[in-house]
Design a protein around this ligand. Structure first.
Ligand SMILES: C[S@@+](CC[C@H](N)C(=O)[O-])C[C@H]1O[C@@H](n2cnc3c(N)ncnc32)[C@H](O)[C@@H]1O
Length: 342
């Protein structure tokens, strides 16, 4: 969509809600997590007007290319450099780290990553934004921009060649890259499913997500109504942590929802729960949840008989009437290893 220049509008207060030091409510309650006390931090307008990626600078950059934000690409640009700094420090980005950034947009997070000493591979689907960010950082050799859809991109081979060339040039001992991104909300589950099994190339994945998604991925656990196969998946491949809430007022244009920073510390293959096949494991977990209110002895009947399922549940200390929301990741692993014969 290319229309006339975007108008300069009066600013609304920008705030970051910091992770509170007081103990969090029980991790198994998403509702409890929403009630957590958060401290607003108001950034002075004077500071904002001086930032390289404040409201005016973002509008100026978009206008320079005749662009308006595209909803279909989740284009909500970050106006608060403090949020970008928190994303970068949540990933402990240090000099020489290789970082994947999905959707650099105007380059506000890219700028903080490069200033922290990172070598950045940025994947941007919008060719206009890819051109804009390439021009902005034309004078540095620390950024490579790929004009691609992250979901279709060969992330593995790009990252391996970047990690390989870095190792041969500076003899770094770091074998792992990191992901730090403010991603479009509409592809967040897809991105999480894509990145978490990549513990062979990434040590940390730090994402700015829609707050509701962040809570669903991190806080939902056994015996909560929000518990889903995605929670088993997330905990299979990573140790997730909710870091801080980011109010919608920090973005341009302002989305209808708040956001949150989440870190996923990726496990390496040797740390994954031992299952004969991850494919058959997740297929069993999905089948179990397909009949959410069904007992496992019914929903898993395509794998073996009800009697065998009851026996397997009994041998891991669970009642024969167990339902999927009552099983932890460890329980699912034990059940799989007892009933799925490869
Ligand atoms: C939420 S904006 C964030 C922009 C910038 N990182 C910031 O913090 O201001 C998301 C960015 O991802 C880009 N994007 C959307 N879908 C994408 C995809 N499938 N692959 C790569 N980039 C995508 C958008 O064009 C946009 O620049």
């Amino acid at each position: 969509m290319t229309t006339g220049p975007l108008p300069l509008q009066p600013l609304s207060p920008i705030s970051v809600r910091r992770n509170h030091t007081a103990p969090l409510p029980a991790r198994n309650s998403a509702a409890g997590a929403r009630r957590r006390i958060l401290t607003p931090l108001y950034i002075a307008c004077a500071n904002r007007s001086r930032g390289p990626d404040d409201y005016y600078a973002t509008l100026k950059a978009l206008n320079s290319k005749g662009r308006t934000p595209r909803k279909s690409l989740g284009q909500h640009y970050m106006l608060n450099s403090e949020v970008n700094e928190k994303l970068v420090s949540a990933a402990n980005v240090e000099e020489g780290d290789v970082v994947l950034e999905i959707g650099p947009g105007t380059g506000s997070l890219t700028n903080v990553l490069i200033n922290a000493g990172a070598i950045v591979l940025a994947i941007e689907k919008d060719p206009h934004m890819a051109a804009l960010v390439s021009e902005r950082f034309a004078s540095t050799d620390r950024l490579k921009v790929l004009k691609e859809d992250v979901v279709k991109c060969h992330i593995h081979s790009h990252m391996l060649s970047l990690l390989g060339s870095k190792k041969s040039s500076d003899h770094s001992k770091s074998r792992y890259a990191k992901v730090v991104s403010n991603i479009p909300f509409n592809i967040s589950t897809e991105v999480v499913k894509l990145l978490l099994p990549m513990g062979d190339i990434f040590s940390e994945v730090v994402l700015l997500l829609q707050e509701e998604t962040a809570l669903r991925l991190v806080e939902s656990s056994v015996r909560t109504s929000e518990y889903r196969p995605i929670n088993v998946f997330v905990n299979f491949y990573s140790d997730p942590e909710y870091k801080l809430s980011v109010p919608r007022t920090n973005f341009f244009p302002q989305p209808n929802v708040d956001a949150a920073v989440v870190t996923f510390k990726l496990k390496q293959a040797a740390e994954y729960p031992q299952v004969s096949s991850t494919k058959s494991f997740f297929s069993m977990v999905n089948s179990a949840f397909n009949g959410k209110r069904k007992m496992l002895r019914r929903s898993l009947q395509h794998i073996c008989t009800s009697l065998e399922i009851e026996k397997a549940l009994g041998s891991i200390g669970l009642p024969p009437t167990s339902r999927p929301e009552e099983l932890s990741l460890g329980d699912f692993v034990k059940l799989h290893n007892l009933i799925v014969k490869e």
